[in-house]
Design a protein around this ligand. Sequence first.
Ligand code: CU
Length: 194
Amino acid sequence: MRGVSKIARIAGSAVGVLSLAVLAAGCGQQAANGTVHAAAPVKYHFYETVVTGGMIGKPGWPEFLPGDFTLPANADVTMTITSFDDGAAAVPAQYGKVQGTTGGAATIDGQSVTQVPVANVAHTFTISALKLNVPIPVAASAQNPTVVTFSFHTPKGGSDTWQCYAPCGSGSAGWQGPMATDGYMTGKVTFANN
Ligand SMILES: [Cu+2]
């Protein structure tokens, strides 16, 4: 009782009102945070960067960073791929099409697209097991990357291999070197339940 009347008295002064308001705001924030966390749908934004071999001191070895990675299972995942590669590696027609994403589209440098001209493709991010394919166009320059964003729903668990299907590697068909080396133009994506 003594405590309550003391607070009531302090509340009468401007300073008291202010400190009570801060206290109340603090409490409310904490409660709201907890509630939002529990109720929020699973959303996850994952970022990839594609660098040229020259950028990593390994000419001829363009690389996805990270190469092997984990995403939440059974979740709507948004991926943003920033690619600095300004060299083309033309793909067969099917790999110029966006497939398996939410809405069947991807946003490339701010524009929603469903396909990229095959001659303008530098890389693809493809998970064949999920029928997911996203072409990554040639960057305007090595200093001016192209930014590709798309969303897809992940499987309930397990792991899959992703692969770039633009022949950006070495050898006569462009399928050797980084195209065949884990962590460069192919890798493992794991879908984890916590
Ligand atoms: Cu590639």
